[in-house]
Design a protein around this ligand. Sequence first.
Ligand code: BES
Ligand code: ZN
Length: 646
Amino acid sequence: MPIGMIAATGMIMLVLIGFDQVVDAGQVVTSKPAERDLHSLGNPEQVRVSRVELDLSVDFEKKELQGTATLAFRRMPGCPPGTPLDLDTRDLKIERVTAGGNDDAMHEVRFELGHEAANPARPESELKWERLLGTRLRIFVPDQATRVQVTYRTAPTASALQWLDPPRTAGRKKPFLFTQSEAIHARSWIPLQDSPGVRITYAATIHVPEGLSAVMSADHLAGQAGQAGQAGARFEMTQPIPPYLIALAVGDLAFRALSPRTGTYAEPSVVAAAASEFVDTEAMIKAVETRFGPYRWGRYDLLVLPPSFPFGGMENPKLTFATPTILAGDRSLVSLVAHELAHSWSGNLVTNATWRDFWLNEGFTVYLERRIVEDVFGPDRAAMEAVLGLRELREELAAFPPRDQVLHIDLSDRDPDDGMTRIPYEKGALFLTTIEHAFGRERFDAFLRAYFDHFAFQSITTAEFERYLQDQLLQTDPAAAAKLNVQAWLHEPGLPPGFPEPKSSRFTVVATAAQDWIDGKSSAEQLATQGWSTHEWLHFLQALPLELPPEKMTALDKAFALTATGNSEITQQWLLMAIRNHYSPADARIEEFLTSIGRRKFLMPLYGELKKTAEGTTRARAIYAKARPFYHPIAVESVDRLLGTP
Ligand code: BES
Ligand code: ZN
């Protein structure tokens, strides 16, 4: 082979493998081989986007965002001349693309949306994969260009956007819009390189109709809410974040301060309840800061969304999005706040580089969440939550095939949203707890603190974590390290033996009460349930036999008014029992719950339980037909898969 060709081949290889640059204070300090993100069609190994500036108008009538995204990018070392810029999009209508240098004027450039050689004869599996990833936007940028501007509009069906008509909000008078970009939905409202390994800063100007306010996962610089067509509200995120953390909500929003740096947004009729539920937020931040290093994002606010929000919470930086179903009135469900707050370290500061590494986000976060709960609410509550978590984990390990039980999960040919089981969360947290026990809390805390400092504002893979763990902890104490089977924890299904099993003495008392009632030793009224927390109630209900005779169901409901409870977690547990045992007095509540709450974690088990009988399936489909227009696209997608599209 001629030398020239070898050199050329070498260069192509280099570009194909790609290098991730580690940037420290603006200086490139090292290069490391990148692991490819299968869930992006972008080419950051060659041309990498570093900043996005949005100027968007929010049109509730058309249910579309319309405007421009201006992207700054740089060519990576070894990138051959003529290399285009590849972005992710899904269902975006691209109107115009211009490009230019930093100071030059922008000129219209050629672009290509989708695969040039789309071959209709391709196998269904390939087409499905493409539908999942969306459409590549290839922009033919001149070699000296450093910026592109894309003029575009979103589709009314954009997977990241939920447009709520006024009746779907608490106030019922004004519409509401919110985004949910994790895992790969940012591309449905912004053309960008939608990979968690590509960190960007962002700025946005948002124009909203009169009387509505916009909030984002960024600093709010200026601009009054609701000045349609005028200056708009301006936002800036100066720290480099992965694209799935870009977030926007627009609605009739009120704000209550909780402490100088924390507060809560919600619709006016909800904001007082939210402020009362979230009083411990500042204490939670201090708890993490003491152990794991400073909170680096300035403000920490919470936004309570309308009930169709498909998740419990989403850790959008500076502004957690939360479901109203955690407003129990007694602060018993605020471990969700601890969880989303903890992501300010695990996830937002140190980010999973690909969706295979999702456990690095969620396992670490559940571990931190439990540490916060322990510090702020005491070890009893943390222990109860750990026991409930392990129970859920065991149920899922029993239900999922081996390949789904692995922390470093193989997601080739899969939707990353399919990886969102309890396994990365609870198995990941249990792995970290196991390390903590092997090395002692003091050494493990020091390790974690150093980990967050070392990888701050970087996206890392499981392999990088393993290397760091080896160098910084395992190597320092081979005897302790010998107790750990890291390979089994990260790369094998099931639970390795020898982990510290969480125990709760309060649950022991509850279990005895449950047994006494089952054995008929005491009536429901005679049980010592005074002072039971939500957790104890959940444990009690879970300790009961799956099948209960009608008189037992009636007795429970009579004694504890379970059909009428306002606590969403207890309601969910009770309604599962009601469906299983054909307890018809709860029928109306089942329908009410499923048509008023869109949180997927509640919907899926309830519809799943209904689906187990023919009569239940008919009921599930009837309820779903009513509820579907109210659910978020992400929830619709999941329930459609379960029940069939109506
Ligand atoms: N980041 C997740 C939510 C998420 C994960 C959205 C993957 C899309 C794809 C968030 O931090 C989370 O885990 N939320 C949980 C609540 C938490 C207390 C376990 C949820 O929504 O159920
Ligand atoms: Zn999480």
